[in-house]
Design a protein around this ligand. Sequence first.
Ligand SMILES: Nc1ncnc2c1ncn2[C@@H]1O[C@H](COP(=O)(O)OP(=O)(O)O)[C@@H](O)[C@H]1O
Ligand SMILES: [Mg+2]
Length: 500
Amino acid sequence: MSTWPEQVPTSGSIELPPDPRALDGLGRNHSLATALADIVDNSIDANASHVLIRFIRRTGRLHGLYVVDNGHGMGTSAIDTAMTVGGRRVYGANDLGRFGIGMKAASFSQARSLTVISKTSAAMAVGRRWELDGDRRGFHCDIVPTDFCADEFDRGWGIPDAGTGTVIRWDNITGFPLTDDPIRVEKFISQTVSETRNHLGLVFHRILEAGRVHVSMDVEDVDINVPGPRFDVEALNPFGYLRSSNSAYPKELVAVSSTGVKISFVCHLWPGRSKLPQFTLSGDPAERQGLYFYRNDRLLQAGGGWDGVHTPDKTLQLARVAIDINDDIVGLFRMNPEKSRVLVGPEFGALVEQARAEDASDFTQYFTDAEQAYRESRQRNRKRTPMFPPGKGFTPMLRGAIEGEVPILEREEPLNIKWRRFDDDSMFEVDKQARTLWLNQAYRPNSVGERRSVNDAPLLKALLYLLMENLFHGERTGPGDKDNIQLWQEILTAAARSGQ
Ligand SMILES: Nc1ncnc2c1ncn2[C@@H]1O[C@H](COP(=O)(O)OP(=O)(O)O)[C@@H](O)[C@H]1O
Ligand SMILES: [Mg+2]
């Protein structure tokens, strides 16, 4: 047997640049929403106060998409690095960027053509374009003429003008419907806008809540040259409950890694059966239990499991844990290039086992508490008589709280509480037919002060709902109910009038 050569010899080298089609394979795991999140990451890193996502529709068909920001922009050398796959810059400690790939991977996962136009305070707008299907020699990037850049940059975007910023333009978008059928296009837009708002609201919830950036979306019909209504992305905090189902929570469990880095697990227990959108997260909340990883306040993973710490279980659906990975503990974790998942290292399991709260409790205790909270919320629910869903007149917050606490007759018409002018001075009227509790408009100023709106007086309406909801069941009003109505009418009218 011959000896094993430890070194491989070479006899020269040839240059083999990657085939341009390599761009095509980037970002295959992106959806439109995760791809847009990666583009918005860059706007946030550029300190933009506003980001606009705009769909372009021409003769009924969707043609392109813009992401526009008023951040610090890029000059010539920065834009060239930006268009380079793997082109990195010097990153600040709080930056969301990392691999120098995000923008390219996100764009080519959705579109065949990426144009970037950018302006700093020091220079005119500059532009570059990559086109996948173009007739290109190797990795030659197209230069966009400056007058076109200036026009695109100044295209009335309706965001505060900082004199600087970046316009990302996608053409030939692969996921857009090829039809101009208005019904199908409308349906696609409304579904896409709602998915994107939810996703961006979730991953950027901390940054949005802190007011660091505003993100909105609209559709421009270029035939008539007017943008449609604008939808703001609102923060969707997956820990945004009112009160935990267990007063000992949230609880911080802390562990120290072998390299001496502290890692903190903030364990939360949601109240049972919440209907709040930040709990359901457009799906089955049982699938959103588990670990929520943040890096520089940007959510990378929104639950979906326990990464080997525990198997997901229906009875653990109230349990969500927030973990901040800042760059000193980043070695224990890796994020996937789409920034939608965190892969934990081998030490992770041991850290979880070791983690303790101030009261010395651990993850085992947390799982026990989570299970108990879940069981209790189910019992409480079973014993209650089901109620009509709250309808018009309730704030979304109040509606969510009620629906989370009481079993709801989902198929029934909701119960509304509305104001109107009365002929007499009584406080309320029970209108079974319209399933509406009418309140006397004359008492509205006392009840709500200055802030009139359809959903005003939430405290009053909550009390009335709890007191009177059962009156609306059944065809007829029995003598007991009549007696109650009379009593409440007397007392509530007196109360309302004495406030006048
Ligand atoms: N909206 C923007 N404003 C300013 N600079 C940007 C913007 N988008 C991209 N860039 C520049 O392009 C670079 C490459 O972006 P990207 O491919 O997402 O990689 P990464 O964000 O990991 O650096 C960024 O580092 C940044 O310098
Ligand atoms: Mg990036």
